[in-house]
Design a protein around this ligand. Structure first.
Ligand code: ATP
Ligand code: MG
Length: 295
């Protein structure tokens, strides 16, 4: 595969008169984990659907695994797997039945499907639950099964739409580890997430979309550097966060900022200074709509 597993140029998409994607440019290096961040309704699922050939773009060039999504639709389909935002498993079937069914639908023989199902159930720690109907599964088990289903036939590019939404911390960490292992196998992972920590921990590159545009791309460190040097948090005596203020990190700016804040807040207000988080970046980019966004 070429250097970039995914290349998007000038992508536009409207639903009726609603312009959702207004000229998106993206490049995802082969073998990397890429995280797409954006507020609700920003068009993350729409973008994943276009990349996976489920929705046609209105304009622009979209290449996945070296193929053009409109012209070479079947080649793209053979190069990708997709785990959607809403699970595609059959709840009335057991875990093992779901996996074997997908194996058969993907063209494996009955014996190959059985073997692959067993392998995946072991890998995703679902062996004990394999004979239980999926409707009895917990959220974490369901997401693991979703991921297992999309890996029945390994493909070079994997799309994950909000893979860990609704999971508890333990299940989320377990899924992160599995996603990291996919990267080690050379699979390119394109995921959307609402959890900034997830992008911070997992992604080699992050893109933030808002109002139809890519408002920033870079590594987590590069994005954090854009917010500034240090961030001041103010808490009241009970520990409730009152205000977060970015500073350049110089002694002069921190002193100046604190002087200003001391005029507005009670004497017992508590001050802490920390490095910017991805949350600060996200808020700055998607709420204040920073001028002159870097692309
Ligand atoms: N098939 C469709 N027909 C009409 N409008 C649609 C369709 N699909 C998506 N939209 C609209 O496009 C916009 C983007 O939706 P999309 O689901 O891509 O956002 P998202 O970033 O995935 O949001 P979320 O974080 O809630 O999952 C929304 O305003 C949505 O209502
Ligand atoms: Mg979505």
């Amino acid at each position: 595969m070429s250097a970039n597993a995914i290349e998007v140029k000038g992508l536009r998409k409207s639903f009726g008169s609603h312009l959702v994607l207004d000229g998106i440019d993206l490049a995802v290096p082969t073998g990397s984990i890429f995280a797409l961040l954006g507020p609700n309704g920003a068009g993350k699922t729409t973008l994943i659907h276009i990349l996976s050939t489920l929705v046609a773009p209105d304009a622009g060039s979209v290449r996945v695994a070296g193929y053009e999504v409109v012209r070479d639709k079947n080649e793209v389909k053979r190069s990708i797997s997709l785990t959607g935002q809403f699970a595609a498993v059959d709840e009335a079937l057991t875990g093992i039945e779901n996996l074997r069914m997908i194996g058969r639908l993907s063209g494996l023989t009955a014996a190959e499907s059985r073997e692959r199902a067993d392998e995946l159930l072991t890998h995703f720690q679902l062996t004990d639950a394999s004979a239980k109907r999926v409707k009895t599964y917990s959220g974490g088990m369901r997401r693991r099964l979703d991921l297992a289903i999309s890996l029945v036939v390994p493909r070079p590019v994997l799309f994950l739409d909000e893979p860990t939404t609704g999971l508890d911390t333990t299940s989320r960490l377990a899924l992160w580890e599995l996603i990291g292992q996919l990267k080690e196998q050379g699979i390119t992972v394109f995921l959307t997430t609402q959890y900034l920590e997830e992008a911070d921990q997992l992604a080699d590159l992050i893109a933030v979309i808002a109002d139809g545009h890519v408002v920033a791309t870079g590594t987590a460190e590069q994005l954090k550097a854009r917010v500034g040097g240090e961030v001041i948090d103010l808490h009241d005596a009970h520990g409730t966060l009152l205000r977060t203020v970015p500073t350049t990190g110089t002694i002069q700016d921190v002193r100046h900022t604190l002087t200003e804040l001391s005029l507005q807040f009670a004497h017992e207000t508590r001050v802490s200074i920390r490095k910017p988080s991805l949350d600060d970046v996200f808020l700055a980019l998607t709420e204040k709509k920073l001028e002159g966004a870097v692309r």
